[in-house]
Design a protein. Structure first.
Length: 271
């Protein structure tokens, strides 16, 4: 009887592990697949732009030009929704003089394909290439990663040298997050998209700003501290008191971003 119960328990556990492995990308990536035009959500000043990835996918993003002489933010969103859900953040950035390119990912917002770590990094590289084609050089480009987008930003900054890298609510790695959440599963051997920012951040040469909410219930503040400590370039970390995971701009995060970029002579005070 005990042997039978043990076999049943083992079988159930095995099925659970197989299911987590098979569906892990559905857990990690939660895209809104619907295509939305900027004008449909009151962002009529934004232009729809396209880029082609190295593997031949044509992606749509949204472009808001900068004030004269000011830098451009390549905004790399988190794992859920689409760029349409970042319209308010884009407007806040543009209101401070920044240009903003909301980077559409594969599988998100009507774009073709399915997301993966390799795919999203390729998408980010294609958007950087578009900016270069628009004669916006790396020294005027800021990589701004939000949550999962911090993993994309850090990976891109290893090989490029943008003016700065802003990491809003970064994680050490997807693997470490999954190990905490699914402690009862051998996650280390199952993760297909590890996004190991902790291993990559020492190679980033551009100034790095880490912004993390003190009340972030999704990505622990300790992850932000680990990324900050591992960074070897010019760096700063700002803890937003009372800030959660996705509301940091509502708690003054952009003031911290402005100060960091002004201190590093990337943003001009007279805007």
């Amino acid at each position: 009887m005990l042997i039978k119960a043990g076999l049943i328990t083992f079988g159930v556990y095995t099925l659970m592990v197989v299911a987590l492995f098979a569906f892990q990308r559905r857990i990690l990536f939660v895209p809104d697949p619907n295509r939305v035009l900027p004008s449909q959500i009151g962002l009529s000043e934004a232009e729809v732009v396209t880029t082609r990835t190295a593997d031949g996918m044509v992606l749509e993003g949204w472009w808001l030009p900068p004030s004269p002489g000011q830098p451009v933010v390549l905004y790399l969103q988190g794992n859920g929704g689409s760029i349409a859900g970042r319209a308010d953040k884009a407007l806040q950035l543009q209101g401070r003089g920044y240009g903003v390119l909301l980077a559409g990912y594969r599988g998100y917002g009507g774009n073709p394909g399915a997301p993966s770590e390799e795919g999203l990094i390729s998408d980010g590289a294609a958007w950087l290439d578009l900016l270069a084609g628009m004669e916006i050089p790396q020294e005027r480009t800021i990589l701004y990663g939000e949550s999962l987008g911090t993993g994309v930003a850090v990976a891109l900054a290893q090989d490029r040298e943008p003016a700065a890298v802003v990491l809003e609510a970064p994680f050490a790695s997807v693997r470490s997050l999954a190990e905490r959440r699914y402690w009862f599963v051998p996650v280390r051997w199952l993760i297909r998209d590890p996004f190991d920012s902790l291993a990559r951040i020492p190679a980033v040469r551009s100034p790095v700003l880490v912004v993390h909410g003190s009340e972030d219930g999704l990505i622990p503040l300790e992850d932000g501290r680990r990324i900050y400590e591992a960074a070897t370039a010019i760096k700063d970390m700002v803890i937003i008191e009372g800030g959660g995971h996705s509301d940091l701009m509502d708690h003054g995060a952009l003031d911290a971003v402005d100060s960091f970029l002004i201190d590093n002579q990337i943003l001009t005070q007279n805007r």
